[in-house]
Write a protein that binds this ligand. Structure first.
Ligand code: NDP
Ligand code: MN
Length: 384
């Protein structure tokens, strides 16, 4: 029997229109909030304007930092932290996809200290400003976990980090905000949810708690991942994908990710125009083939949750049927792509393989099948 320590303190508010509660929630923490968001989408959809009004009406003064780019850089985070300090913000509100939410958590740490955010990879953070997440993609699961992923633009390194003080205090998951996601964002972020659940469910650190979340995620993905893409206005499908995102975010908070994420981070770290979920899409099928023998039973269980009929299939055939199913889903999402399609240069694959270990070593170690740098390079080549 293994010992387990399970902890997640995030208060979750799920429901259509719940952004309306943001003022009341924010007021519990501070009278001054720094909103950390991206450059376009939340302005265009009107969500940022709405949030500003909601906060003001509740007596919370909003300060806006709207300089976060997809795959956020440490420079953006340090700038936002500087503003939080200067304006004495007592609360950080992340508004947007994983990039602004991850940034909000990192800003909350950096605003409490006197060192650049990159230093916190080595120096554990003991305290952070309170964070509220208002998520607009589904997604990274960042809305409910402690992780933050940031890029050093000088080197291309893109590590993830997460300390206990970085858990958001409260998460507002309002699927109406997700209705404006364009098809490509819906597809890429939705596929990210699958990879979180797949890697948490098959990884060495899996346990009963994370597996319970993952099984519900597979079940939700089966009926809603492609539907949300095909029917962007379907609020039911959007809501189910938002639930799946949060559940998978809780699962990786407990059990971590694996080799697919370990390889993807250096891909989008070195090529910031690559959407995280699209990078994952390029890497998943070869990684599934690589892992199949190490966790065949898990593949079969996932196949079952995806509604694949066992019929007369042998164990090998049934496990392999899951890979075919995922290939079909990728095709339906228009994400049947290789690294080449994402603009990755072949000459960069060795650097990417190295960084999978230096920046995401814990994820390689968590992978069900053992892999050294040679094997990772081979996987990258096969995914090209
Ligand atoms: P992003 O937050 O990077 O957003 C991607 C794009 O979608 C942006 O152009 C953004 O616009 C746009 N967008 C976001 N929401 C909407 C919306 N509702 N309507 C229209 N457009 C929208 O995408 P992700 O959510 O995939 O986050 C990716 C980041 O999260 C990566 O850095 C990844 O490594 C990290 N990550 C973190 C994890 C964690 O556990 N913390 C786990 C997995 C990944 P704009 O920029 O204008 O806002
Ligand atoms: Mn991910």
């Amino acid at each position: 029997m293994e010992n387990l320590n399970i902890y997640n303190p995030v208060k979750i508010h799920f429901g259509g229109g719940l952004i309306g509660e943001a003022g009341k929630i924010a007021k519990k923490y501070s009278d001054t909030a720094l909103i950390v968001t991206g450059k376009n989408s939340m302005q265009k959809s009107g969500t940022l304007g709405k949030l500003v009004k909601i906060l003001k009406d509740a007596g919370v003064a909003p300060i806006i930092f709207d300089g976060i780019t997809p795959n956020p850089t440490i420079n953006e985070i340090d700038s936002a932290a500087g503003i939080a300090k200067e304006k004495k913000a007592g609360l950080i509100i992340g508004l947007g996809g994983g990039s602004p939410l991850d940034s909000a958590k990192a800003v909350a740490v950096a605003a409490k200290g006197n060192i650049p955010v990159w230093s916190y990879l080595k120096t554990p953070a003991e305290e952070a400003l309170p964070v509220i997440t208002i998520v607009s993609t589904s997604g990274t699961g960042s809305e409910v976990n402690r992780y933050s992923v940031m890029t050093n633009p000088e080197t291309g390194e893109k590590p993830g980090f997460g300390y206990e003080c970085m858990y958001p205090k409260e998460a507002i998951i309002d699927p109406e905000i997700m209705l404006s996601m364009p098809p490509y964002v819906t597809a890429a972020t939705g596929f990210d949810v699958f990879v979180h659940a797949f890697e948490a469910f098959t990884g060495k650190a899996k346990n009963a708690f994370s597996s319970a979340y993952c099984m519900q995620v597979f079940y939700l993905l089966k009926d809603n991942l492609v539907k949300a893409y095909d029917e962007p206005d379907n609020i039911e499908a959007r809501g189910n994908m938002a639930l799946a995102s949060a559940l998978a975010g809780l699962a990786i908070d407990i059990s971590g990710v694996g080799i697919i994420h370990a390889m993807e981070h250096p891909v989008s770290g070195n090529y910031p125009n690559v959407a995280h979920g699209a990078g994952l899409a390029a890497l998943t099928i070869e990684s599934m083939k690589y892992n199949l023998e190490s966790c065949k039973r898990d593949f079969m269980l996932i196949a079952h949750h995806f509604g694949i009929k066992r019929a007369g299939k042998s164990e090998d055939e049934y496990a392999a049927a899951l890979i075919e199913k995922i290939q079909g889903i990728l095709a339906a999402l228009n994400l049947n792509i290789g690294l080449k399609d994402l603009g990755v240069e072949k000459s960069k694959l060795a650097k990417i393989a190295g960084e999978a270990f230096t920046t995401m070593g814990f994820a390689v170690q968590n992978n069900p099948a053992e892999a050294g740098e040679k094997e990772v390079l081979k996987l990258l080549e096969a995914s090209y």
